[in-house]
Design a protein around this ligand. Structure first.
Ligand code: GLU
Length: 287
């Protein structure tokens, strides 16, 4: 590969078998990498200690290989980089940009329902009302010392004050490039580290894309709004902002997003039913 060539990535979460939606994203990443003279890396997004299963990681690699997709080493497994995420989180805490939140989900829902604004984040979750942002330092330290379960949230206002402008990214669609203004404020004080691990999807993805030298991110439109938050985190952490393409989602016949939990067929099911990789490629619009 020539120096400076594009680097893409396919980043599945091992909490179910590969379905047609994943296959489309993986094939599109591979095709665009090839067309641009670059390569596509594989990243296993396995920070969820309950839902991520080692046998599913193996199955993902097998299903992708069956489709004809193999990836250069090293494959990055997020669960092996928790120290790096912890350090990234600590850097935000040290700068006063993140605070511990001791609220349960139920408390947040109840407070949001009682509030006259009743606003939601782009994923449809109630916007965090900021309860723990104003906790005095003593209560905060006590909660932490007692080992009370807590997440870490980004202090959105402080982050926006601190982030180096401009909060924009370049979106590409074929040869067309357009500049998009990111609006991270719509996420409110987003969770950047969960209760059970010192990170969240948002924090890990930003750290990993930088560590893996990713220049172009190709992923589904369901993650388009998350890009706004990722751009903010990149600015705060002094990381480069890749170019983004958010592709249309493959929907099931009812118009819903494909998900194993809703019984969408996996590649393994299709393979067992005698469908060939060529047929799958053709069905998804790849030659
Ligand atoms: N792991 C995410 C998923 O399986 C994709 C994350 C990304 O591409 O940024 O939906």
């Amino acid at each position: 590969m020539r120096p400076g060539a594009p680097i893409l990535r396919f980043a599945p979460s091992p909490n179910g078998r590969v379905h047609l939606g994943h296959a489309y994203s993986a094939l599109l990443n591979a095709e665009l990498a090839q067309r641009m003279g670059g390569l596509c890396r594989l990243r296993i997004e396995d920070i969820d200690p309950i839902r991520s299963k080692p046998e599913l990681v193996e199955a993902i690699v097998t299903d992708l290989a069956w489709l004809g997709l193999t990836y250069p080493e090293p494959v990055r497994h997020q669960s092996r980089h928790l120290d790096s995420y912890r350090a990234t989180l600590q850097c935000l805490i040290n700068r006063g940009l993140a605070y511990p939140c001791f609220c349960s989900r139920g408390q947040i829902r109840a407070r949001a329902a009682a509030s006259s604004e009743n606003t939601h984040d782009p994923d449809g979750a109630p916007l965090y009302p900021g309860t723990c942002r104003g906790l005095d330092p003593a209560s905060r330290s006590e909660g932490l010392a007692r080992g009370e379960p807590h997440t870490w949230r980004l202090d959105m206002e402080a982050a926006l004050r601190c982030a180096v402008e401009p909060l924009v990214y370049d979106a590409f669609d074929g040869a067309d490039m357009r500049r998009v203004a990111a609006d991270p404020a719509r996420w409110g004080d987003a969770v950047i580290a969960r209760r059970d691990v010192p990170t969240s999807y948002h924090l890990s993805v930003v750290r990993d894309d930088a560590e893996q030298g990713i220049t172009h991110i190709v992923r589904g439109r369901d993650l388009e709004a998350a890009t706004d938050l990722h751009v903010l985190l990149q600015r705060l952490l002094g990381l480069p902002t890749p170019r983004y393409h958010h592709h249309a989602l493959i929907l099931d016949p009812d118009g819903d997003k494909l998900a194993k939990s809703r019984g969408s067929q996996s590649l393994a099911d299709l393979r067992q039913a005698g469908v060939t990789p060529e047929e799958i490629r053709a069905r998804l619009g790849f030659a």
